[in-house]
Ligand binder design. Structure first.
Ligand SMILES: *Cc1c(COP(=O)(O)O)cnc(C)c1O
Length: 392
């Protein structure tokens, strides 16, 4: 891997004709360190956010030893990259073959489920194993999350009790889990979810050994500055300690994807054409910028390698390189008013849900990876957070 001091250095030395994905392993390590020291339980990295080996290694260096996998391929990868890791197979719908391989070949003992049919599959796939931690995924409200995840998974309040009792009979340890939706903007979302969990536990009358609050921890984007992560963790800890009916030795887990990875990468793109306030750039919705398209996600941007005096900023939208009308990112992205073809732009906060969604559609998948040492455009693990943490 080629290393550079900064994204600006990359542009100066390479004048790249293809997009360049800039990796910042130190930023992932810092995020991992934050969770492994501040979360009062176990932090599972949700591998789907970014399964890149450099990122997994950096998180491991930051103290992350648990991984949430959703497919057998993610399970194989996590096992290969971190042989001693604890893996949780947290997708509530798995094939029996995947369950069997995970259990017998990859040492997975933690499985999520949200239906009786899935419980039967887990029993069949593990040949009736007695050493399982089974996490029943509950449906919870996801009101203040930017990306709700309530559609597909999670058993409804009224039906959960039966599944929890059945799972209790099979499991060595019974867990409950949920997902409040990605990029949750308020700690109260977890409070509400934990009230749902509480009700389900009371109704089922079973003892719970694991409380898994899932992912959803936010990162920082333009127009989306969440409260400090500290507040989320404090609220979860408060609920866990004061209101939950759980076993005395109950474990608390979380599964951050975005918050552990978002800061750790950015992307350098080149402006190929300009029409008014619309810039044609050389990466897009079918590349590393999917969320900027259909989800209208606004990433921070800055011009790289600009010289001369400062000019005022203007609001732009982006067109990606493919011929597809879908390949448009409306932003608005704030950049100098005189930006023109041949100029380079760095798009920040792309460590999560970005490179992993890249395709080769229309022949535009070519890109380069480099490592850089300059700071991410935004951070929630910087000095202010360190001071706040040390004064606890
Ligand atoms: C996607 C996912 C996560 C990670 O969510 P983030 O919003 O990235 O933190 C965690 N757990 C499960 C089950 C998921 O599907």
């Amino acid at each position: 891997m080629e290393r550079y001091q900064s994204a600006a250095d990359v542009v100066q030395s390479l004048r790249p004709q293809y997009p360049v994905f800039c990796q910042r392993p130190f930023a992932a390590e810092r995020a991992g360190r934050w969770f492994s020291t501040h979360f009062p339980g176990k932090s599972f990295y949700a591998v789907k956010a970014n399964p890149a080996p450099w990122l997994v290694a950096a998180l491991q260096a930051g103290g992350i030893e648990h991984f949430d996998v959703a497919s057998i391929k993610e399970a194989r990868l996590a096992r290969e990259l971190v042989p001693m890791a604890t893996l949780g197979f947290m997708h509530p719908v798995k094939s029996t073959e995947a369950i069997a391989e995970a259990y017998f070949d990859l040492g997975v003992r933690i499985f999520a489920l949200d239906s009786e049919a899935e419980l039967e599959k887990i029993i069949a796939g593990t040949s009736g194993a007695r050493d399982l931690t089974l996490c029943v995924r509950l449906h919870v409200p996801s009101g203040l999350s930017k990306i709700p995840l309530t559609l597909k998974f999670g058993i409804q309040d009224g039906e959960a009790a039966v599944l929890m009792r059945r799972s209790r009979q099979v499991a060595a340890r019974l867990g409950v889990c949920f997902h409040v939706g990605s990029q949750t903007m308020a700690p109260s979302v977890f409070t509400m979810a934990l009230e749902t969990v509480q009700r389900a536990i009371v109704r089922s009358g079973v003892i719970v050994d694991v409380l898994d609050v899932g992912g959803g921890f936010p990162s920082v984007y333009p127009g989306m500055a969440p409260p400090p992560l500290e507040f989320f963790v404090q609220e979860i800890e408060r609920c866990f300690e004061t209101t939950m009916l759980v076993a005395e030795n109950c474990e608390l887990w979380c599964e951050p994807g975005r918050a552990l990875s978002a800061e750790a990468a950015s992307l350098i793109v080149r402006v190929e054409h300009r029409t008014g306030d619309c810039l044609h750039i050389n990466d897009g919705v079918f590349g590393a910028l999917f969320d900027a398209g259909p989800l209208g996600w606004r990433y921070p941007v800055r011009q790289l390698g600009a010289t001369g005096r400062a000019v005022s900023q203007a609001a732009y939208s982006f067109y990606g390189p493919t011929c597809d009308d879908f390949d448009v990112m409306r932003g608005p992205f704030m950049l100098p008013e005189n930006i023109r073809p041949g100029d380079y732009i760095e798009v920040g906060m792309l460590g999560a849900y970005s490179a992993t969604m890249r395709t080769d559609y229309n022949g535009f998948g070519t890109h380069q990876n480099v490592e850089v040492a300059d700071m991410p455009m935004f951070t929630q693990f910087g000095l202010a957070q360190a001071v706040a943490a040390s004064s606890r």
